[in-house]
Ligand binder design. Structure first.
Ligand SMILES: Nc1ncnc2c1ncn2[C@@H]1O[C@H](COP(=O)(O)OP(=O)(O)OP(=O)(O)O)[C@@H](O)[C@H]1O
Ligand SMILES: [Mg+2]
Length: 576
């Protein structure tokens, strides 16, 4: 007998599974995609222990006859592709005919399925590949697949699985990405019996689906994009630049209803945002590209996560244009008044002076401070064109020398510099710098992590996905002085926070802090959130104290995204 032998089918399948099934999320992706391909209107995904112990996917799609169900267990068996020509007309998620046999070869697999009008269904069970056990089953009007103990027979793979919370996050991503690509299908995701995410069919309201995935914080900042060219459309939603994330998690691209990772597309989006983002921040953008399937090769990646365009440049160009157009039209930019020359600046100063001369000297500090909601401070009413005039470190004692005049629009402080110019200060930005500096200093000395628990502790009810995210980041949060503990029953306890954040509603900042990429990003988020409670309607003395505090930390100011002193004022509209 020769040395070269054909491998047994089970081993072939296991090898194939190595490419297709990397972790529980891959199973979730493949099964849920099959459900969508089967025309399901609702897909339910249930997980136990982050998908490591069990993954169940239930759909109300077209189901399978017994014959088809048996065939689908075979490698290279598919209903979605007939010939080579078909590879360039693919509109289904699947086409390779390998997901089901691959999954069945590395798990305890059970499939129950029936066609719509059928009176009875079929149940097939397989343990780590091999021959299926075939049984009759009641009609289920669709398909239900249970995948238990993934990699039970491949211990080497099992070792590569991460913490259950991490695997759960990946599963969530798999579901939400598919949900974004298919707003017409309703999705439900449950973990250990609890619903952690759901979205009803929302084809007529794609914004709803986008908001359901991106969360309520991003929703008010979303702008629609749309660019139509011959044979190519780009649609979707992007967040205005005042809403950013510390990672590229919110940046997703879809090609013909398939989530894909594509560096060229991602860079095109990032380039379109270019200068509008603070350093180190990433935009939020859901970009859907539709083009002739013949102009894109979907068969270039075993998990179908990448594609190859026949003309990548024009696709990138269209995507960039779609994002740029939306950004230009964004409400936060409409006050923009072109490049400022020194003359224009002088005109501004004069206009503001004239306005101030007419204005009543307002006893601003007598008015009650207006509570500012997050929307007001970060949302569309925000002072979008505000740009720092200080992009290098300010001169020594610059801020302390400013003379406070009044409060403008309950948002800004009008001050006069010793040189006689009008300087507009954003007090929340001042507060942010001061807090940021305090936190960063204590962090560097290790004091944030070492601080003892306060008496203060709060119970917090978060959406389960957010709760998972926060608990997952518990060790990293501890480094920046935030201690959380699982309280069970869907909530968590906040045992310790840095003093600067005690007055701030933790629901608003904790999740974003947990999601930040590293300690310095976490500190930046906390500072920004804490600064939102800054007093704006202050007395002269209070303003001076804050500005002097800013001088103390001024050297660090420009290291952190500076947004302290602004010009380019809508107040010009009042010029009579
Ligand atoms: N939930 C389902 N409902 C109805 N039919 C299904 C379902 N899941 C799988 N099938 C059938 O089983 C076949 C094999 O599925 P499998 O996922 O292995 O391959 P595929 O989807 O064709 O290609 P790929 O490997 O790229 O996913 C499918 O082509 C489809 O006909
Ligand atoms: Mg498939």
């Amino acid at each position: 007998m020769g040395r070269v032998r054909r491998l047994p089918t089970d081993l072939i399948n296991q090898i194939a599974a190595g490419e297709v099934v990397e972790r529980p999320a891959s199973v979730v992706k493949e099964l849920a995609e099959n459900s969508v391909d089967a025309g399901a209107t609702r897909v339910t995904v249930r997980l136990v222990r982050g998908g490591c112990a069990n993954i169940t996917v239930i759909d109300d799609g077209c189901g399978m006859s017994r014959e088809d169900a048996l065939t689908c267990l075979e490698r290279h068996a598919t209903s979605k592709l007939v010939d080579a020509e078909g590879l360039f007309h693919i509109l289904t998620k699947g086409f390779r005919g390998e997901a089901i046999p691959a999954i069945a070869s590395v798990s305890r697999f059970c499939l129950v399925t029936s066609e719509p009008e059928a009176l009875a269904g079929t149940k097939l069970s397989i343990e780590g590949g091999g021959e299926p056990v075939v049984e009759d089953a009641p009609a289920v009007g669709g398909t239900r697949i249970d995948v238990d103990d993934l990699f039970f027979n491949v211990p080497a793979r099992r070792k590569f699985l991460k913490r259950e919370a991490t695997e759960l996050l990946h599963c969530e991503d798999a579901v939400t990405r598919l949900a974004l690509a298919h707003p017409e299908v309703g999705f439900t995701l449950e973990h250990e019996g609890k619903q952690i995410w759901a979205s009803p069919p929302s084809a007529s309201e794609p914004m709803q689906r986008a908001a359901a995935v991106l969360g309520s914080e991003a929703a008010p900042h979303l702008l629609s994009i749309s660019e139509r060219r011959l044979g190519l459309t780009v649609t979707g939603f992007i967040a205005a630049p005042e809403f950013t994330l510390s990672s590229a998690r919110g940046l997703m691209t879809f090609v013909n209803h398939r989530y894909v990772r594509d560096r060229g597309l991602t860079s095109a989006i990032q380039r379109a945002y270019q200068d509008s983002l603070p350093p180190g921040r990433q935009p939020v953008a859901l970009v859907f590209i539709e083009l002739d399937p013949a102009a894109v090769d979907v068969n270039v990646h075993p998990q179908k996560l990448e594609v190859r365009f026949s003309d990548p440049r024009s696709v990138q160009e269209a995507v960039g244009a779609a994002v740029s157009v939306a950004l230009k039209a964004a409400p936060w930019r409409q006050d923009s008044r072109g490049p400022e020359t020194p003359q224009v600046q002088a005109q501004y100063a004069q206009a503001i002076e004239r306005f101030l001369a007419r204005a009543q000297p307002a006893p601003a500090f007598l008015e009650p401070a207006m509570p500012l909601s997050l929307d007001q401070s970060l949302g569309r009413t925000s002072f979008g064109t505000a740009r720092p005039t200080l992009d290098t470190a300010p001169p020594r004692n610059y801020f302390g020398a400013l003379r406070f005049l009044s409060v403008l629009s309950r948002r800004f402080w009008l001050t006069e510099s010793p040189a006689g110019s009008l300087v507009i200060v954003d007090p929340r930005a001042v507060e942010e710098r001061v807090i940021w500096s305090a936190l960063a200093t204590r962090f560097q000395k290790g004091e944030l992590a070492a601080a003892g628990r306060t008496l203060f502790s709060a119970r917090l009810d978060l959406v389960p996905t957010e709760r998972t995210r926060v608990l997952e980041a518990a060790p990293e949060l501890l480094e920046v002085g935030v201690e959380v503990e699982d309280f069970g029953t869907g909530s968590l306890s906040l045992l310790r926070v840095p003093a600067e954040l005690e007055r701030v509603d933790p629901g608003a900042w904790l999740v974003e802090t947990a999601a930040a990429s590293d300690a310095s990003a976490r500190i930046a988020v906390m500072a920004r959130r804490a600064a939102l409670t800054a007093e704006i309607m202050v007395t002269h003395d209070q303003a001076r104290a804050r500005l002097e505090a800013l001088d103390e930390v001024a050297a660090q100011v420009h290291a952190h995204a500076a947004r302290v002193i602004v010009r380019d004022l809508p107040v010009l509209d009042l010029e009579g």
